[in-house]
Design a protein around this ligand. Structure first.
Ligand code: ADP
Ligand code: MG
Length: 569
């Protein structure tokens, strides 16, 4: 392997030359306690910055084995290292001067959630560590400014590496707390299954966020306190006894006046599929990790989804057992979202009345009398919610502010009152019974068969025609693969643009290797999940180097993304 001095020699030689001469620096170099790899060199100072990785031997990094052996603590450790490295690098970014992106040190910026990211990978056995970042190689105009790059690579970067990636230099107390929190969160997830709970919200949790554009906790918020009837006590391995509200599996309604905190609770539950960092306020808000937020999504594309459980006999005669549209309505989109979530193996639906199609959720008696059921293609969710729970084992947590129809169906009714939950199950049930007394015949519910998940696809364009299919991230909300844009704005549990980017690579990989017209969608989504579980997120990126801006997603989001791809047939 080349040594650090060799790189310096190259840099001295190419100083003041024109920018492309930087390409000579590509390669791996042994520094004192780590290896620096220059994986990709940008074409000019204004292009996307150069890709660099740092490799530290596990024995030298020396993080304790109780932090790296188990997957959940390893991910939490890597997350903490990214945050620490990022903070260090920020202080040095643009200290080296020049044109365009000269001197930029760009490190992944995690939000409140703890996700497995390509920015930092730790091998479970050896503890070998890879840290990936981007550096803007400095120039004056388009002339190489090697001296500035020498400052970055021999001064700034080593400072960041030494203070972040070695246990002996780390804030060990902080890392221990990170590990302990990860263990506690893992324990709660296990307990959910054991105690047949859909979710747990700890007393003292802070659910509301600072603002619509900030995911940080609201200051001076009312902290959460469980109603005694739903209170459970968990004995966490590190934090000790934690009390909170256990939402049992089954059908749960969240009701209450406007602005009393219903949607805020549901949002916290949506995010509870991920672990949160200490200080977030939701560190002990844990939801069944297969939970899927279901909403209306007018305009989405639907590809061969069997929505006949909810929609039958459309006026245009369209087949709803294999429904296809490039522009779904509110109700058909929400029906497809439900069925596709079932296909993705969810055990919990999270639904907010605010973002649902009314005609998908309910149909009141008066309307049923006026518009004959034969003329109504929709079997509303309310007529299926019990079957979903009893027969399919899929729970529902539903926010309903205006519609009492679900009282009859619910196992539990929670009222949010000034941001505090009250258990009003008894009251709601009693009122619902009285209300229904003497009312007319209960309308018949159409029987439903099991939805069929036998969907096969191939890519619309000539398969494998373009091996250089370009993946372009467009923030959190969309990704384009070969100029085909997949809209993910309403896939609400995606939390990070790095997840969206990863999905882009997965779609590309699936288009090139998996969509052959014979494999079923669920088989493809599951094999992508398996691939990244076995080999890491890098397995779907077949380039020469792994991008530093990818985060792992759940299989539910893999399904969601594939299902919104408009170029499969
Ligand atoms: P709803 O869905 O019941 O109409 P929201 O959940 O949208 O109400 O909450 C209304 C407002 O109250 C939001 O601005 C939210 O940030 C704020 N809020 C929610 N929960 C709390 C809380 N625990 N403490 C303080 N403010 C809160
Ligand atoms: Mg609301």
């Amino acid at each position: 392997m080349k040594r650090a001095e060799d790189l310096q020699e190259i840099l001295r030689r190419i100083d003041h030359k024109s920018y492309p001469a930087y390409k000579d620096t590509a390669g791996a170099y042994q520094f004192d306690s780590y290896v620096l790899c220059i994986n990709h060199v940008q074409g000019d100072p204004f292009a996307a910055p150069s890709k660099v990785s740092i490799h530290v031997d596990g024995k030298k990094a020396a993080f304790p084995s109780d932090m790296i052996q188990k997957k959940h603590t390893r991910i939490a450790l890597a997350d903490a290292l990214i945050r620490k490295f990022g903070k260090e690098a920020e202080a040095y970014s643009h200290r080296a001067k020049g044109s365009g992106k000269s001197g930029l040190l760009s490190v992944s910026r995690p939000g409140q959630e703890i996700l497995e990211r390509s920015a930092c990978e730790i091998a479970p056995e050896s503890g070998d560590l890879i840290f990936r970042l981007e550096i803007g190689f400095p120039a004056n105009g388009r002339t190489i400014s090697a001296r500035e790059l020498i400052r970055i690579l021999y001064e700034f970067l080593p400072a960041c590496v030494h203070s972040s990636l070695f246990y002996k230099n780390a804030d060990q107390k902080h890392l221990r707390r990170v590990r302990e929190l990860a263990e506690d969160q893992y324990y709660i997830r296990e307990q959910l299954k054991e105690r047949k709970l859909a979710a747990f919200v700890a007393d003292g949790a802070i659910l509301p966020r600072e603002s619509g554009v900030s995911d940080r906790p609201m200051k001076q918020a009312v902290s959460f306190a469980s109603p005694s009837s739903l209170a459970v006590e968990l004995c966490l391995p590190n934090a000790g006894v934690k009390k909170g509200m256990g939402i049992p599996q089954g059908i749960t309604l969240i009701v209450g006046g406007g602005y009393h905190g219903k949607s805020t609770l549901l949002k916290a539950l949506e995010r509870g599929v991920y672990n949160h960092i200490a200080g977030d306020g939701r560190e002990y808000v844990i939801t069944d990790d297969t939970a899927v937020k279901i909403r209306a999504e007018d305009g989405r594309s639907i590809q061969k989804t069997d929505i006949s459980m909810f929609i039958n006999g459309l006026p245009n005669g369209k087949n709803t057992k294999s429904f296809v549209t490039a522009d779904a309505s509110g109700s058909t989109s929400q029906a497809a979202n439900v069925i596709e979530a079932m296909e993705a193996g969810t055990r919990l639906f999270l639904i907010d009345e605010d973002t649902s199609a009314t005609n998908f959720m309910i149909r009141d008696e008066l309307m049923a009398r006026v518009v004959h059921p034969e003329m109504e293609p929709i079997t509303p969710f309310i007529d299926r919610v019990e079957e979903l729970s009893d027969h399919y084992g899929i729970s529902t947590i539903l926010v309903a502010g205006s519609c009492g129809s679900y009282f009859n169906k619910a196992d539990h009714v929670i009222q949010m009152m000034q941001y505090q939950p009250k258990d009003i199950t008894q009251l709601a049930k009693r009122e619902a019974e009285r209300f229904l007394d003497g009312s007319g015949d209960q309308p018949k519910i159409r029987p439903a068969g099991e939805p069929s998940f036998h969907r096969v696809f191939r890519t619309g364009k000539k398969a494998g025609a373009n091996d250089r299919m370009k993946v372009k991230g467009m923030g959190r909300d969309a990704v384009s693969i070969d100029r085909d844009t997949i809209e993910l704005r309403y896939v609400e549990q995606l939390t990070d643009s790095e997840q969206t980017m990863a999905l882009g690579y997965m779609v590309k990989y699936a288009k090139q290797h998996l969509f052959d017209g014979t494999k079923e969608m669920r088989e493809i989504a599951r094999s992508l999940e398996q691939l990244i579980a076995d080999k890491g997120i890098g397995a779907v990126c077949e380039g020469r180097y792994l991008p530093c801006n990818l985060a792992v997603v759940r299989v539910q989001e893999i399904f969601a993304c594939l299902n919104r791809c408009r170029t499969l047939v």
